[in-house]
Design a protein around this ligand. Structure first.
Ligand code: ADP
Ligand code: MG
Length: 263
């Protein structure tokens, strides 16, 4: 099938299974949201699914191919990852950092034509995230939100079929959050499989086609946001009392939080 299928993934750290037999699917052409409380194992699962941390057991397939068995370079030609606390070394310009996204496609014999193509892809990715004007700035001189968008641009420059982002909007103001989610929506509409960990359940409701909910190392619910984000689940997984109301203009579901349900 097209898209990502993670099955029965287990990952161990410090003697504990911090991902414990978790499975989820993310379809091509859709945004899939991975939600769940802090410490549920979202970041661990995402990095394990892309072969960036060791897995104890389980399988990860993308469009039928075994993602974990692939050589790194081949996997990087398919999948891009933006980690939660992405960072990079000193003295690189913004364009240099975004250019790292082209590395999986470059050879030591790269000719001038290929270099020009890569430069154009980098410029386009920077424009897409609204940072075209900062291309020559030093990465270390940027704010947290700008850095987050640089890493998104690096991932876009990879032109991935699978785009995995760990809390890509955590440092962004609401305007920038909506811009990033709109951009991811366009990537999905163009055919990419987009999988993002995020915390804002109302944004998840609005932007994600499907959700996987993680709790204590397991995926405990999967489906459309409307079906998954019930008051009962929010109580059980997050320990909050919440209500679902309808947006009076659009009829879309909106979550309103009343308080914590326990301790
Ligand atoms: P989330 O992204 O959902 O907040 P994480 O995947 O970052 O959760 O972490 C899941 C749990 O695993 C947390 O309790 C975290 O402290 C623990 N953990 C993550 N990495 C390690 C590690 N290298 N050694 C021990 N525990 C870890
Ligand atoms: Mg995390």
């Amino acid at each position: 099938m097209s898209g990502l299928v993670v099955s029965n993934l287990t990952m161990v750290a410090g003697g504990l299974a911090i991902v414990a037999g978790a499975g989820l699917s993310a379809h091509a052409g859709e945004i899939t949201g991975l939600v769940g409380p802090n410490g549920a194992g979202k970041s661990t699962l995402l990095s394990g699914a892309l072969g960036l941390r060791p897995t104890a057991s389980g399988a990860v397939r993308f469009c039928g191919s075994d993602l974990l068995a692939m050589p790194r370079r081949q996997r990087a030609q398919i999948a891009a990852y933006v980690e939660q606390a992405a960072n990079t070394e000193d003295r690189l310009t913004v364009a240099d950092v975004v250019g790292l996204g082209r590395m999986p496609f470059q050879s030591v014999w790269q000719d001038v034509g290929a270099q020009a193509t890569d430069a154009a892809i980098v410029a386009q990715a920077l424009d897409d995230v609204g940072l075209g004007a900062l291309a020559q700035r030093l990465y270390t001189s940027l704010s947290g939100g700008e850095r987050q968008r640089v890493h998104l641009a690096r991932a876009l420059a990879q032109q991935p079929q699978l785009l995995v982002l760990d809390e890509p909007t955590s440092h962004l103001d609401i305007h920038a959050q909506i811009e990033v989610l709109d951009l991811l929506k366009r990537s999905a509409n163009a055919g990419a499989t987009v999988l993002i960990a995020l915390h804002d359940l109302n944004l998840a409701m609005r932007y994600c086609d499907r959700l996987a909910v993680m709790q204590s190392g397991k995926v405990v619910a999967e489906g459309t946001p409307d079906a998954v984000l019930t008051a009962e689940l929010l109580d059980r997984v997050y320990g909050v009392t919440a209500r679902r109301i309808e947006d009076p203009q659009t009829g879309a579901p909106v979550i309103v939080y009343d308080g914590v349900a326990r301790g």
